[in-house]
Design a protein around this ligand. Structure first.
Ligand SMILES: [Zn+2]
Length: 124
């Protein structure tokens, strides 16, 4: 048995029912052509559901996601928001990431960063 990395793809959630998706259950691939052919990718709605679930699982990411002023928010502001709400560790990680990105980070990217980090991804 080779060691498999944990599945980090939309496959881990259900695909929404048609017309948005194919109603594949978690663990099953997406199907097309009336269920006769396995898709190499996932339905957009399934990817969206998966992303929402990942964000919901990370309180700090969820906080930014729920922020009323998220539209146009900068990564630096997102870190500030985390700090104000008691997520000082996450805020510090985010500040470091923003500085490594030379200040180029949106709130959306900040959410992705927090989610990846929470899942143990020690990215560069
Ligand atoms: Zn599908």
């Amino acid at each position: 048995m080779t060691k498999q990395p944990p599945d980090r793809s939309p496959r881990t959630v259900d695909c929404p029912p048609p017309p948005d998706g194919c109603a594949a259950t978690a663990g099953e691939p997406c199907l097309s052509h009336g269920g006769t052919r396995v898709r190499h990718s996932f339905h957009q709605a399934r990817t969206a559901a998966w992303e929402a679930a990942r964000i919901a699982a990370v309180p700090a990411a969820n906080l930014i996601f729920d922020a009323k002023a998220r539209r146009g928010m900068h990564g630096k502001d997102a870190a500030e928001l985390l700090d104000k709400n008691g997520y000082s560790v996450e805020a510090e990680q985010l500040r470091r990431a923003v500085s490594e990105a030379h200040g180029h980070m949106s709130a959306r990217q900040a959410i992705a960063f927090l989610v990846d980090h929470a899942e143990g991804g020690e990215g560069q």
